[in-house]
Write a protein that binds this ligand. Structure first.
Ligand SMILES: [Zn+2]
Length: 283
């Protein structure tokens, strides 16, 4: 069984965040990276016990510099993301399950530690087909495009809540901490978090048949409210529909094509270049 693990750096136990004026900065980067790597390794241990044969970890935090490969569990491979030319989904139909570790809540969730939506200086709100969505939800939808179920999400309480809201049919979650505000938090002890990740990952993989990909509609509408109207101008010039001074919308029948336009791809180009198409017959 082949498993994808997507990581982020705001959600492990012990990441120490502050405001940089508008968005977030991490003030204990080496420790945050170490704790994340150890949480990933605990998850990998559980997956192997549960029968995983291939595990690809994607270092998903900006810059892909949060996982020390020399400390990574020997059973896992590491994906890092760089440059302007890469597929925007980091998953395909060869995977049996997807996992998100170190996740965080979407921008504006009061108890979401270091909450933001992709760009803590740029995006005020995002909706997919009317559903308010952040990074956790986008990851779940992109996996579902290939009929891959997201079976486990870890992060603070707000991140776990968001995963359950996006996957009401069921997803395993491991809470790493209890956010009191955007920058105040009670961290669970990392030893306890690792034990939970190990046990929950194994259990989730053994119960994989119970994990279902999110059901996908036939058409997609991604609405983005920017923090700055200048950004909306750029989107409009690229072809997005302008809903108001701050808000733009991209519509289409292919989720990955729609999502690629968030990263600046012209319609159709990303999927043509990388040969992307949905796997609708898999399950
Ligand atoms: Zn993030």
């Amino acid at each position: 069984m082949k498993i994808q693990i997507m990581t982020d750096l705001e959600g492990p136990s012990g990441t120490n965040g502050r405001s940089d004026g508008i968005g977030n900065k991490t003030v204990n980067l080496p420790i945050a990276c170490q704790v994340l790597t150890e949480e990933v390794n605990a998850c990998v241990e559980g997956l192997i016990a549960g029968g995983a044969t291939q595990i690809v970890v994607w270092d998903g935090h900006g810059g892909s510099n949060s996982i020390d490969i020399t400390k990574l569990h020997p059973a896992a491979e590491l994906g890092t993301i760089g440059g302007d030319l890469y597929p925007v989904m980091f998953i395909d139909a060869s995977y049996d399950a997807a996992i998100q570790l170190g996740a965080h809540a979407l921008q504006g969730v009061p108890d979401g530690y270091m909450n933001h939506t992709f760009n803590s200086h740029g995006v005020a709100n995002m909706w997919l087909n009317g559903e308010r969505i952040g990074e956790i939800g986008i990851g779940i939808w992109l996996a579902a495009y290939f009929r891959v179920p997201t079976m486990l999400v870890s992060g603070d309480d707000a991140a776990c809540r968001e995963a359950h809201a996006c996957l009401p049919a069921g997803v395993a979650t491991v809470s790493t901490k209890h956010g009191l505000s955007r920058y105040t938090v009670i961290n669970r002890n990392p030893v306890a978090v690792r034990a939970d990740l190990r046990a929950t990952a194994e259990q989730a993989l053994r119960n994989l048949a119970a994990s279902k990909p999110k059901p996908l509609p036939d058409t997609f509408a991604l609405t983005v409210q920017l923090m700055c109207p200048n950004s909306a101008d750029i989107w409009e010039r690229r072809g997005a529909e302008r809903l108001d001074h701050m808000t733009v919308r991209i519509c289409g029948a292919d989720l990955v094509d729609v999502w690629s336009q968030y990263s600046g791809w012209a319609p159709g180009v990303h999927n043509r270049k990388f040969g992307v198409s949905p796997d609708l017959n898999r399950r």
